[in-house]
Design a protein around this ligand. Sequence first.
Ligand code: GLC
Length: 755
Amino acid sequence: MFGCNTPDNNVKSSILGTSPLMSQNIEKKVDSLLSLMTLEEKVGQMNQYNGFWDLTGPTPKDGAAAKKYEHLRKGWVGSMLNVRGVKNVRAVQKIAVEESRLGIPLIIGFDVIHGYKTMSPIPLAESASWDMEAIQKSSEIAALEASAAGINWTFAPMIDISRDARWGRVMEGAGEDPFLGAKIAEARVKGFQGEDLSASHTIAACAKHFAGYGFSEAGKDYNTVDIGTSTLNNIVFPPFRAATKSGVRTFMNSFNELNGIPATGNKMLQRDILKGDWQFNGFIVSDWGSIKEMINHGYTKDGSSAAETAVNAGSDMDMESYLYIKNLSSLVKEGKVEEQVIDDAVRRILRVKYELGLFDDPYKYCNYDREKEVIGSKANHEAVLDMAKKSIVLLKNNRKLLPLKKEGQKIALIGALANDKNSPLGSWRIAADDNTAVSVFEAMQQYDKNSLVYAKGADVSLGETGFVTETKINTTDKSEFKEAIDVAKSSDVVVMVLGEIGFQSGEARSRTELGLPGVQQELLEEVYKVNQNIVLVLNNGRPLTITWADKHIPAIVEAWHLGSQSGHAIAQVLYGDYNPSGKLPMSFPRNVGQIPIYYNYKNTGRPVEPNPDIVFWSHYSDQKNTPLYAFGHGLSYTSFTYENVIVNKVNSSSYSPEIKVSVEITNSGDVAGKEVVQLYIRDLFASVTRPVKELKGFEIISLKPGETKTVNFELNSETLGFYDNNGEWLIESGEFEVFVGGSSDNTIKSNFDLE
Ligand code: GLC
């Protein structure tokens, strides 16, 4: 069970893995190395290049690659990204360490978002497990494989809270809630960095994108963000505070402007809050080219002023805008940038390199034997399968259509995604080999006491799709409908795997319509006409508006993009070998018009009108206010009843309050199952209005049929307070309600007062 993230303004970043003595030694080493560096070499540490040539091939003679090679040799590169594999990393590290004057090793970064080569579920799916141990383990596996491939820094966890499923990057985050997001941030940082950052199997993590990116207007990627202080402090910041408290060693700023100031040039965000109030002593890397993009934003007039603004605002490393290496030395000489600003940035970068042990052994992540032995191991696949099963959410199961019988059944399996070995890898699979996921079709064939007939029904996408190409969707070709309909007609049950291909969510993949893409909705309705025993399995990277399906289809399973072992996880849930326990980390809207929709909304002055004929209240004339599926929703093959919420006011003063809440949960069904018991509060009156519900605790329990357990929660100053519009943490006396249940929209409640 979790208490809560401590909103400790004077957050001291605990440098994981380094004892006070070790950190003193590191500081001495950093200072002495800094004293040897020329200004150009210092600026070089702040310069990050993307992998740019066949590193083990001939030295490039001209063009950008030649220039980058020359800078490497001069010690003017501090980091590379997207260089992977022991052979390549060893090659580029050799240039930096053996050919430059001071031989400062590179830190090698990569987007290890949900696995390196053995892919775990997309982060939004993992968040649906609410299982922090499993999420931490998943990040450990990712670090194990990435570090075996020469990588020592991941650009993860992405911890942007978002309430807008139109935004493609919701797949990369932890959903809509700051409390769950904070716990997941902590789990991921600990998973990547472990207890000892200098170990060869741990890597530096990166809390991103700081800050507010998930609030991009209209869910359009890279769009403007304009939010108030209360939302920033109470919704956006908690996961970043938690990551800082967990000792994350790097941050990445965000592409967006925040209230008129681009994050990359935002001194309040990066210096006053992160490095000041929170006392973060790692380093901040810009997002790709975001320093230069301040010109497009209309915030700086040219490259030189962009570099000046960014470094003075606290951006320590420049990812791929080339403006630091081009401009910083002259800006210092012109007196526009103090050399101590450069020194502070370089000190931070060198500190993390020392903590990683790179100065002790620059090739410590470059072991050929370990690369062969670790990457793709059976144990790693077992771990991502476990994570995948825990990430599946049972949205609906009328007539107990699920679990499927294991023999004597004629099963039709329909949908291009049922036979797709690529999409489950998600859009951030950049190190995994294409078409390596276990498909649903492959996995269901192993349950061979049923007859299983597959029919595609229709393609989702037209032709090849990739990380940088726009995905073209099939909106016309229904030529294979008939085959699917015929197969469905003669089957006992139909499993339809529908949804989004892997590259329909992720960066730069916002959508304005959130129904089943292409002709899939028509396919579903045509099959429904001939057989209503349909199990709909969703493969998707975001909440979808599946209102027709919710109304007609008896069983619906949310199976996201579950990574390398996707098919096995789905099959084991469909056949009941794993009883689903996932809960939604993000509300599912009924239609796009409801967005942004989230459970922790404010009550407003007109929440409801006593006389239903009067229109003057906060509602739509054409749609309900409630989501299709609520935050925290998820069913099981058994059922759970909640009784006897008891509130014990150990200390009811608003000064260091201590409120204990207990509740009894019984497995009232006939199979064992797991339940995520959720605790919410409502502060009924406060000096800044509070949401109608706020998640403040959760615990996963396992119950046998008929078994009852009591779950205990504690509410205290870390969970009963909030940030006001001046960024002050307040705990106020007054009336509180407390809610406990298996979903934000299905709880039993009690109340208490704080004096
Ligand atoms: C991308 C993303 C960021 C990623 C970086 C490096 O544009 O915004 O999350 O880590 O560039 O690939």
